[in-house]
Every structure is written in structure tokens, then in C-alpha cells.
Design a binder for this molecule. Structure first.
Ligand code: CS2
Ligand code: MG
Length: 413
């Protein structure tokens, strides 16, 4: 089973997605997600110009060998562009292997360890009443675990909070793919104040617990904005509200920062959506500094390394909480779901839900019932790509916002 062709597909049904489609000489196709939000065309070029020519005539069955060839063979290792490109190849080859076997991918990964993957959705509100409405709307949609983010008094807008009615919040719970209104397309800039955030957030959790009780798993994302001591303080302040996790408290590069947070709080910690290699986790896992691994299949080199990473985490009793925002395509989402089904140390799966337009291009078979996601038993990863619909949504330049402090200093996020 040789690779006959590999196509790099770029489309923008609501937001930009990069997909690799590999076709074998016996006509089996496989899909892989290569979307890197705000830097999409860099990955498309990496694939088109440097990877696709190497794939033609390779044995499609040799997934591990192809992964090592692309990773070690390039000399230049890691990095989000490289790893998103390798992820797309790896995922597409797993899709092909599972289709050839006539099985859903999770069967090849060892079979189901559970009936479905507990998913969390994103509730948000510009203020507390709007947030409470958004939580209610998510419960009505069937979510059994919910991330909460709110506006902060004194700040105009906060990333992760829907700009329009949060209770509706159907399409995106926020707009990371904002189009600029200026002639030159530049990122939107937001103003941030960590002290105001730290003062406000415990009150938000107080209000949500008062309204919805102690049972509902609640999560929160700090978007890498705190110093270690600020994060330690927040973790302590949130202990009475029994969070499922506090995510990305400090900037991702600094693994040692988590030591300080850990010494001060029992609030569970999650990190890793901007990581792209197991080497980003060695201190975190080896010293048990986190509770959940947040990586995405799409940004960590695919199904092959993600399985290894989760097995490494399992040695330390650390569980998965794979990244699943709408800037990961339905292909990347489905790949995550197969892993969620198979690994023993599953924790939770992020599930924001794609826009209807996105799902016209990417036809999914995964289901969401009673708060649990299931990848379906369709052979492969269970997603198809509609070229005709995709062609009606050409690429549109878009950036994630940039974050500044009140004095204009560029800040982490
Ligand atoms: C967020 C992401 O889902 C999350 O936890 O942090 O939406 C993240 O901001 C985007 O994926 C960035 O592309
Ligand atoms: Mg996050």
C-alpha cells in the first residue's frame, strides 16, 4: 500500500483550517489536521514544499518509520509548524490503516476503555449574570463539565469571553479568528490587568457554586498570564470551589514555575496546549507538578507521539485533558476522541463545538450524548472532507489577539 498523492487543503468555513489528505495506490484516503491558528500558511508551505514530495511512493503502512523519518530526518526538530505538519501526516496514516483494517481507530489503539469521553464546554459572560445564563445553556445542551470565564470590571474585553450574548454563544464562545477592521490586517490588541483578575475571579466561582451546587465539575483557563506567585495565590483562593482544574496558570516554557504553584495549592493544574513535544513535559511529569496533560494531537506530532506522551503521564498517575478548541479541525478533534476512548488515564476532553459552516466541509460521525463524546464506529477516524463546499470558503488572513498591560507592555496570554 503505497502513497500515491498527498494534498494540502486550505479552507475557511468560519475560520481557517489546513488539512492533509493522503491517498494510497489502492484508493484509500486518510485525513490529518495541520491547523495552527494565526500561522496557517506556514504549515501549509511546510507540508507542500518540504513534506509532500517525500511521501510519494512511501509505504503507507509504516507509520512509526515515517514519523521518525520526518522528525529525526529533518535535523531541525520540534516547534509548532514542524509538529503540526508531522501530525497531519501521522493522523492521515492512522486513518488509512484503520480504514484498511475496517475498524475505528480506537480499536487499533487497544479498544475502548470506557463508553464515552467526558467533555467540557466553555461557558462565559461579560458579567456574572450573563455567565450564569451561559452555564444554564451549556447544561441544557447536555454538558456535564463546564469551563467558566468572565469579563473583569475595568477591562473592556477579555479573551475567552464571548463578545455577544454568552447565553446564545452557539457559534464561538469567543472570536479568536477576528478579522481586523483596519486596511492592514493586524491582530486586535486587548488590555489586561492581572491584579483586577485575581480580585474578581474568586467571587465569580462563589456565585457559580451558589447557583449550581458542589457537584458540577468546573474548570478555568488562566491563559499563561500569571507569575508563579500570583498563580499560587489564585490556586489557594479557589480551593473552596473545588475546581476540576486551573489551566495554563503561567507561561508554558517555564516548567520549573509549576513547582512553586504546586507547593502552595491543592487546586489541580493543567498545562500544555502550546507544547509540541514530550520534552516540554519531562519535569512536569517526572515531578508530578501537573494533574492533566493539555496537548493537542494536531500540535504534538499526531496520534503516535500523543499515545507515547499519555503512557508516560500514566506512569505518574497523570491524566489526559486534550485540547479541543474550534481552531483544531474536526479531523484533529476526532483523532483526539479515539485516543480518549483507548487510553486508561483519560481525564476529560475539551469540546467547544464547531460552527455549522465548518461541519459542512468536515462531515463528522462523532456523537455527544449525556455529556459524553464517542468517536463512532466508522472505520478510520470517521471524518470526510467535502471539496466542493471547502472551495466556497477561501482562506482569510486572521490573527489571534495580542495582549498588553495598561501601560502598553506586551504581556503573556
Ligand atoms: C484555549 C484555546 O481552548 C483553550 O483552552 O486556550 O482556545 C486557545 O486560545 C486557542 O486554541 C488558540 O489558538
Ligand atoms: Mg486554554
Amino acid at each position: 500500500m503505497k502513497i500515491r498523492s498527498a494534498e494540502t487543503l486550505v479552507t475557511s468555513p468560519g475560520r481557517n483550517f489546513v488539512t492533509l489528505r493522503i491517498t494510497t495506490d489502492d484508493g484509500i484516503t486518510g485525513l490529518g489536521d495541520a491547523t495552527l491558528n494565526g500561522r496557517e500558511l506556514a504549515v501549509a508551505s511546510y507540508l507542500r514544499d518540504h513534506v509532500v514530495p517525500l511521501l510519494i511512493d512511501r509505504d503507507a503502512a509504516r507509520i512509526e518509520d515515517t514519523w521518525q523519518y520526518l522528525y529525526r530526518g529533518a535535523y531541525w526538530r520540534r516547534g509548532p509548524v514542524t509538529m503540526a505538519a508531522i501530525a497531519a501526516v501521522d493522523t492521515a496514516l492512522w486513518d488509512i490503516k484503520a480504514k484498511a483494517a475496517g475498524m475505528p481507530l480506537y480499536q487499533l489503539l487497544g479498544g475502548a476503555s470506557r463508553t464515552g469521553a467526558l467533555a467540557y464546554g466553555h461557558a462565559s459572560g461579560r458579567d456574572v449574570p450573563e455567565l450564569l445564563d451561559s452555564v444554564r445553556a451549556h447544561l441544557a445542551k447536555g454538558y456535564r463539565a463546564i469551563r467558566i470565564q468572565t469579563g473583569i470590571p475595568g477591562l473592556d474585553s477579555v479573551y475567552g469571553v464571548a463578545a455577544s450574548s454568552a447565553a446564545g454563544g452557539e457559534r464561538y464562545d469567543y472570536e479568536p479568528a477576528r478579522r481586523s477592521t483596519t486596511a492592514v490586517n493586524r491582530p486586535v490588541e486587548e488590555v489586561w490587568d492581572t491584579r483586577a483578575y485575581l480580585r474578581h475571579l474568586p467571587n465569580v466561582f462563589e456565585a457559580v457554586r451558589a447557583e449550581f451546587g458542589p457537584e458540577l465539575p468546573l474548570l478555568h483557563d488562566g491563559h499563561h498570564r500569571m507569575t508563579p506567585i500570583q498563580a499560587a495565590k489564585l490556586g489557594k483562593a479557589l480551593e473552596p470551589y473545588d475546581l476540576f482544574w486551573l489551566e495554563d496558570a503561567t507561561p508554558g516554557e517555564d516548567q520549573a514555575a509549576l513547582r512553586l504553584i504546586r507547593q502552595h495549592t491543592t487546586t489541580p493544574l493543567a498545562i500544555g496546549e502550546v507544547f509540541n513535544s514530550v520534552y516540554d513535559y519531562t519535569t512536569l511529569l517526572g515531578e508530578r507538578l501537573i494533574d492533566y496533560v493539555r496537548s493537542a494531537v494536531t500540535h504534538t506530532g499526531g496520534v503516535t507521539p500523543m499515545r507515547k506522551l499519555l503512557d508516560f503521564a500514566a506512569v505518574y498517575g497523570i491524566r489526559s485533558g486534550l485540547h479541543g478548541p474550534t481552531d483544531i479541525s474536526p479531523v484533529g478533534m476526532a483523532a483526539a476522541l479515539h485516543l480518549d476512548m483507548a487510553v486508561h488515564n483519560f481525564g476529560i476532553q475539551e469540546y467547544m463545538q464547531h460552527a455549522a459552516q465548518t461541519l459542512e466541509v468536515f462531515r463528522t460521525s462523532y456523537t455527544f450524548t449525556d455529556g459524553l463524546l464517542h468517536p463512532s464506529d466508522t472505520p478510520g477516524i470517521g471524518v470526510t472532507y467535502d471539496d466542493d463546499v471547502a472551495a466556497t470558503f477561501p482562506y482569510e488572513p486572521a490573527y489571534l489577539p495580542v495582549n498588553r498591560l495598561k501601560d502598553g507592555t506586551v504581556h503573556d496570554w
